[in-house]
Design a protein around this ligand. Sequence first.
Ligand code: FE2
Length: 415
Amino acid sequence: MKKYVNVRLKGDKDLKQILVEDGVIKEIAAEIPVKCETIDLEGNLTVPPYVDPHLHLDYVFTANIGGQNGSGTLFEGIQRWSEFKEKQTVEEVKERAYAGIRKEMLHGVQCIRTHVDVTDPKQTSLKALLEVKESVKDYVDLQIVAFPQEGMYAYKGGDEFVEEALKMGADCVGAIPHYELAREFGEKSIHKTVELAVKYDKLIDVHCDETDDVQSRFLELLNALVLMEGIGSKTAASHTCSFGSADNSYAFRMMKLFMRSGINFISCPTENIYLQGRQDSYPKRRGLTRVKEFNDLGINVCFAQDSMSDPWYPLGNGNMMNILDHGIHIAQMMSPEEIENALDLVTVNGAKTMNLSESYGIEEGKPANFIVIDAKNEFDAVCERADVLASIRNGEYLFKKEPAKFTHAVDLLKA
Ligand code: FE2
């Protein structure tokens, strides 16, 4: 048994104590009169672990394969990857994935959903990530999306590879309708996605309308189908960039339907502000979906990293605070209330999207998983882009570090 003291929980003015037994939160109270090992969290903000609900672990650290992505577009990125992937081995993918997970873990992430390219007869990426998932389960909840990067139908047999991946153990059905060769194929891929999710009782996560083209409206069909099946809460629409360019009269009608279905949205702010708007002159679009409006309406929306040095995006280090910082700027979310709740966009909202709510959250009876942020309140955490000082999982440290400290600073009052 161990006891965390001086714990500052979100929205709580008074400090709390958390008692942990066998890795599970046994009690949360102002004072717990139990004698055991005591860990002082010194009044630092303590929240559930960061969640990265959209990452491509089979792509990490491949930015320079086949030369640079000169145009900086999504489509050239796919071309670069396609030329490279046949040559990679299971061991190489595993090695890169471990490095990517380690980076995220050391920034306080404990839940990751990774897309894995299954448009590959050898299923190299999937085999690697299934092994990785098993071996990291004590440290990170890893979900795998069977993602047909080159299309369910643009790639011959793509739909069969997705189904095969689900049988092999993938958790979610993926699709990329805006990349299919014709609108009809894109629609067919959405129908297939929902059909497979129902057949195999899987979650859904579609790369949906990741384009500035306002004619790309596969989200409408995805939402309608999952609404009719009653599986909206098990569904995520990733990116939905074109919805950020949609006409208001269309968008507001659609948002009512999103509220009915309970569909989740994942926005990748650093990635999409970089990739989208490439054919715009000026003004240039921001490339993000309607994050602020979703949030205002109670439609679940979260932020994700998406890439770490891959053909689509040269940077990315798994620091969700960096993603959050970009996201609230680009989406213009800085009212006092929005700042107060900003961390939800990289914590609880992501967990809800990943359907992890049963095991996620600082509550009695749940695993003792949380992170300690170098700030005394929510505003300071966001304003200072505060670092994570510790990540605790099942009551044990995944890491712990000292706050950054100046060894010298000029005293301006005396200058
Ligand atoms: Fe992606």
